[in-house]
Ligand binder design. Structure first.
Ligand code: ADP
Ligand code: MG
Length: 339
């Protein structure tokens, strides 16, 4: 009998990896927006067709790529963002796994145009099913445009499981909110089927939240600010009347990254104790900064779950500062009952 173990061909390995990174159009949106931010863009345009099923396009004015880098970007584990294992504990970029573009390229038709400041001509690439099908110099401006067409065109089982346009668009919008909310310094727009949904100019955090959530939000935001060695906190909690039945308006960002964290959520909720009607959930938009070596964000490919070194202390700090903020604005249960 001959030996039977072989290495999988790259395009198969990429397609398997894509299963983890790319669940739906919104996953692609997240990866492309994060790459644009990591490239130092100050302006980002996102153009979506058919809830991302036919087109997801992101155009940035960031640093662009050389021709070789543009090709390399679609290889697995190819990244410019880290080079040693130690770098994992000192992350300053959103990306670092070098997996996103390789994964997307395995399951969609991609075209890229990119140019660096110092180059006269940019690069145009077309990639389909992990293969580069076209490469030529192109006249373009500094930055990168990536178009992802026909997601899962070659994985019918996955394509079939996509939800209605309404649901997929909601997921895309959620990802857009998360990136836009943590980068008010970046002008960012979102167009769906030729309708402009958002066109956000560079602004403050408060203006950005209001730009996304609507003008009425402004008067409902109570600022939170705290500075300790373990964590700094800035951002806003919603006054009690801004609480919701669902958990929709709860945003934690840790070191500029949107995360979900039940334990920290509990810290905020418990600070609101006695102020909320039964089963309603406080709204919050909280930007936490912790030392990069005190948090592990590499526990899941989508990076929305993180592990902190000292969760209990963070809980206490967060709870106290939310309580303090609520007290300062004398938002108490009596006001609430008069609503
Ligand atoms: P990661 O972001 O984890 O490094 P990706 O697969 O998302 O992995 O991207 C691979 C590489 O391609 C990045 O490290 C970066 O060098 C380059 N890249 C991707 N998108 C852009 C962009 N919009 N502008 C400039 N470079 C980019
Ligand atoms: Mg990336």
């Amino acid at each position: 009998m001959s030996d039977i173990i072989k290495l999988l061909p790259d395009h198969v390995a990429n397609q398997i990896a894509a299963g983890e990174v790319v669940q739906r159009p919104a996953s692609v949106v997240k990866e492309l927006l994060e790459n644009a931010i990591d490239a130092g863009a100050t302006q980002i345009q996102m153009i979506i067709k058919d809830a991302g099923k036919t087109l997801i396009q992101v155009i940035d004015n960031g640093k662009g790529m050389s021709m070789t880098d543009a090709r390399m970007a679609f290889e697995r584990h190819a990244t410019s963002k880290i080079s040693t294992a130690d770098d994992l504990f000192n992350l300053h970029t959103k990306g670092f796994r070098g997996e996103a573009l390789a994964s997307v390229a395995a399951i969609a038709q991609i075209s890229v145009k990119s140019k660096r400041e110092e180059d006269d001509l940019g690069t145009l690439l077309a990639i389909e099913g992990s293969k580069i099908t076209k490469q030529e110099p192109v006249v373009t401006s500094k930055g990168t445009m990536i178009s992802v067409r026909n997601l899962f065109y070659n994985v019918p089982a996955r394509r079939k499981f996509l939800k209605s346009d309404q649901v997929e668009l909601r997921n895309i919008t959620d990802e857009f909110h998360r990136v836009a909310m943590v980068h008010p310094e970046v002008a960012i727009s979102f167009t769906h089927n030729d309708t402009s949904l958002f066109n956000l100019v560079k602004s403050t955090y408060r203006q950005r939240i209001v730009g996304i959530m609507g003008a009425k939000t402004n008067e409902k935001l109570v600022p939170v600010e705290e500075e300790t060695e373990l964590m700094s906190i800035r951002g806003f909690i919603g006054k009690p009347e801004f609480a919701r039945k669902t958990r929709g308006l709860q945003y934690f960002f840790v070191n500029n990254r949107f995360i979900k964290h039940n334990y920290l959520n509990h810290a905020v909720a418990s600070a609101f104790e006695g102020l909320l009607k039964d089963k309603s959930n406080p709204s919050y938009f909280l930007y936490l900064t912790v030392p990069t070596d005190s948090v592990d964000i590499n526990i899941h490919p989508t990076k929305t779950e993180v592990k902190f070194d000292d969760e209990h202390s963070l809980y206490a700090i967060l709870r106290a500062s939310v309580k303090h903020a609520l007290g300062q604005f004398s938002v108490n249960s009596i006001d609430f009952q008069q609503e």
